[in-house]
Design a protein around this ligand. Structure first.
Ligand code: SAM
Length: 168
C-alpha cells in the first residue's frame, strides 16, 4: 500500500455519538410537525432529558410522559411528577397500552448487542400498542412489527442509524 496516501480515519465512539444525536435532532424536527393533533407523546428512556427537552420545545403544550428505570435527568429537564414513570419500561408501560399516543420516541439502545437483541424482541409490540392510528414512532433500535410502516429518513441520516415508523 502507498504509505503517502492517508488511510481513512477509524469511526470512533465519539463519531457514533455525534451521529446518533444529530439523527435524533433531525428526525424529531422533521416528524414533530406531522404527528396527530391529539394524544400524548411518550418518551421511552428519559436519560439526561436532552431529547425530552427537544420534544417539549418542538411540541409546546403537548403532554409528554417520560419513562426510565431511574431519574438521572438534568434538573432543567425533569418532567412533572405525574408525567414521570420510573421502573422497567416493559412493566411500567403496561397500564399505558391503548393510551393512543401521537408519538413514541424510544431511545433505550445500549450499544451492547446482547442486550439490544433482547430489547428488540419486546419493544416493537410495546410501541405499536402505545400508538394511535397514524401515530409515529422514532427509535434508535429497529421496530420490526406488522403494524408499523417504516418511513423514509431525512437526507442527513444514514440508513440504519435511527428509525421512523407510522402505525398503519
Ligand atoms: N434520550 C435521552 C436523552 O436525550 O438524554 C437518553 C436516553 S439514554 C441513551 C437511555 C435511557 O434508557 C437510560 O437512562 C436507561 O436507564 C433507560 N433504559 C434503557 N432500557 C430501559 C428499560 N428496559 N427500562 C427502563 N429504562 C430503560
Amino acid at each position: 500500500m502507498d504509505s503517502s496516501v492517508p488511510s481513512r480515519p477509524t469511526r470512533t465512539r465519539l463519531d457514533g455519538l455525534i451521529g446518533r444525536l444529530t439523527a435524533q435532532r433531525d428526525i424529531l424536527d422533521e416528524v414533530c410537525p406531522h404527528i396527530p393533533a391529539d394524544g400524548p407523546v411518550i418518551e421511552l428512556g428519559l436519560g439526561n432529558g436532552r431529547t425530552y427537552d427537544h420534544l417539549r420545545s418542538r411540541l409546546p403544550g403537548r403532554r409528554i410522559i417520560a419513562f426510565d428505570r431511574a431519574l438521572a435527568a438534568h434538573r432543567s429537564s425533569v418532567p412533572p411528577e405525574e408525567d414521570l414513570v420510573l421502573g422497567e419500561i416493559r412493566e411500567t408501560t403496561c397500564s399505558y397500552a391503548g393510551t393512543c399516543a401521537a408519538l413514541v420516541h424510544a431511545d433505550i439502545g445500549t450499544g451492547y448487542a446482547e442486550i439490544d437483541d433482547q430489547t428488540v424482541q419486546w419493544l416493537p409490540d410495546l410501541v405499536a400498542r402505545l400508538l394511535c392510528p397514524g401515530g409515529m414512532a422514532v427509535s434508535g433500535l429497529p421496530l420490526d412489527h406488522p403494524w408499523l410502516e417504516p418511513l423514509p429518513l431525512p437526507d442527513s441520516v444514514p440508513v440504519g442509524r435511527y428509525f421512523v415508523y407510522q402505525l398503519r
